[in-house]
Write a protein that binds this ligand. Structure first.
Ligand SMILES: [Zn+2]
Length: 351
C-alpha cells in the first residue's frame, strides 16, 4: 500500500471510498473501444455544428442510455447558441449532452461532482481528417466508461456527466453548462475535466487545479493511481511558464470563472496535438487504460470525500488569505499564448 503524507487537518477528514463504491470497477477495455469509435474516420473529426458531431452525439447518447443516466429535460441534449468575439454578428449553435446519476438518497440538487469532457474536435486540418483520438475522444471515452461503472447507484453524491460541444472554438459548451446548472439551482462542488488522456512518452498525467484551491492538493495525492501512470500536480500557475499555465486552456475554465473548484486531468502537448496524426492507432493504449482507471478512482474518491471538499472550499472563501480562495483575477492572463476566447493556441496553430 502506498504511504500517504498528508497535512494534519486534511488527513483527519479524508475517508476511504465507501464500501459499495470500492466494489465497482471500471471497464478500461470498453473505454479503449469508445475512443476507437469516436476517433474513426467516419466521424470526420467531429467538427461542431456538423452531421459528424451529430454522429458522435448519437454514440454518446447510446452509452448514456446503457449507463442509466437521467436527464434534466426530455433528453440529454442541451442545445445552445453562442457568438465568438471575432465575429459577434454570427450566431452559432452547439449541443451538450448532460446526464446524471442522482445521489444515494435520490436527490438531484447537489452537492454534485460535474465530470466534463468535450466531444467536438477540429474536423479537417490541411485537407486531412483530424480525428482527435487524444483530443478528446479519449476524455469522452473515459467519462462514458465511468458513467457506466456507476450504473448501479454506487455513488453517494449526485454525479453529473457532460459531453461538451464547441470547446475547440472557445470553451462555449462549458460556459453554457455552468450557467444551465446554476439556473437549475444545483450546487456544483467540484468539476473534474478530462481532456487528452491517451498519449505521453513518460506515462505522465497532469492534475491541475490545486494552485487555485490548495486544499485539493492532498486530496489529489490521496487518489489511488495504478502502475503505469505518474501524476504531476501543477500546470495551473504562472510558475509553469507561458505555455504551462492551463487554467484557461480547456473547459474547466468556465468553472474557474464561476469560483467552483476544479481538477483538470490531461497530458502535456505532443506532436500529434491538432494534427491529422492524432489517431487511435498512434495512442498509448496501456497508458490510456491506466489513466482511465486513475480518473475513475478520482471520481469515486471525491464522491466519498465531497463533504470535506465543500467545507474546505467554504473555509477558504471565508479566510482572509488571497491565495486561499478562487483566483478569478487570473482572467487577466498573460498575452501571447491564449487567444481572445481564453483558449491555449499552440504556436503555428493560430487559425
Ligand atoms: Zn481538447
Amino acid at each position: 500500500m502506498r504511504q500517504l503524507i498528508l497535512s494534519g487537518l486534511i488527513a483527519a477528514s479524508i475517508v476511504p471510498a465507501s464500501a459499495c463504491a470500492q466494489d465497482v470497477e471500471i471497464d478500461t477495455n470498453m473505454a479503449l473501444e469508445h475512443m476507437r469509435v469516436l476517433a474513426a474516420d467516419d466521424m470526420n473529426g467531429r467538427l461542431t455544428g456538423t452531421e459528424d458531431a451529430a454522429m458522435a452525439r448519437e454514440y454518446i447518447a447510446g452509452e448514456y442510455f446503457m449507463a442509466g443516466l437521467l436527464a434534466f429535460e426530455e433528453t440529454w441534449d442541451q442545445p445552445f447558441t453562442y457568438r465568438r468575439p471575432q465575429n459577434a454578428d454570427l450566431e452559432l449553435s452547439g449541443i451538450n449532452l448532460v446526464g446524471y446519476h442522482p445521489a444515494a438518497d435520490g436527490s438531484a440538487s447537489g452537492p454534485a461532482i460535474v465530470v466534463t469532457a468535450h466531444y467536438d474536435h477540429i474536423g479537417n486540418c490541411n485537407g486531412q481528417i483530424c480525428n482527435g483520438a487524444d483530443d478528446n475522444a479519449s476524455g469522452v471515452a473515459a467519462m462514458l466508461a465511468a458513467a457506466s461503472a456507476l450504473a448501479n447507484g454506487a455513488n453517494e453524491h449526485m454525479i453529473i456527466f457532460a459531453a461538451l460541444d464547441a470547446e475547440e472554438n472557445g470553451l462555449n459548451g462549458a460556459r453554457e453548462l455552468v450557467e444551465y446548472l446554476q439556473g437549475l439551482g444545483i450546487e456544483m462542488a467540484l468539476n473534474i475535466n478530462l481532456d487528452m488522456l491517451a498519449f505521453n512518452e513518460d506515462n505522465e498525467l497532469a492534475a491541475a487545479g490545486a494552485f487555485h484551491h490548495p486544499f485539493l492538493r492532498a486530496h489529489i495525492d490521496a487518489v489511488e493511481v495504478p502502475d503505469g501512470v505518474t501524476i504531476i500536480q501543477g500546470y495551473d500557475s504562472p510558475e509553469w511558464g507561458p505555455n504551462g499555465d492551463w487554467t484557461f486552456s480547456s473547459d474547466h475554465a468556465a468553472f474557474h470563472r464561476a469560483g467552483i473548484p476544479w481538477i483538470y486531468y490531461g497530458v502535456d502537448f505532443h506532436p500529434h496535438y491538432h494534427s491529422h496524426t492524432d489517431e487511435f492507432d498512434v495512442m498509448h493504449h496501456d497508458f490510456f487504460e491506466a489513466v482511465t482507471e486513475t480518473v475513475f478512482n478520482a471520481i469515486v474518491y471525491f464522491d466519498a470525500n465531497l463533504q470535506s471538499v465543500v467545507e474546505a472550499h467554504a473555509e477558504a472563501d471565508a479566510a482572509p488569505s488571497p491565495s486561499a480562495g478562487p483566483d478569478t483575477s487570473s482572467d487577466a492572463r498573460p498575452a501571447g499564448y491564449t487567444n481572445e476566447d481564453g483558449r491555449y493556441i499552440k504556436p503555428g496553430m493560430e487559425n
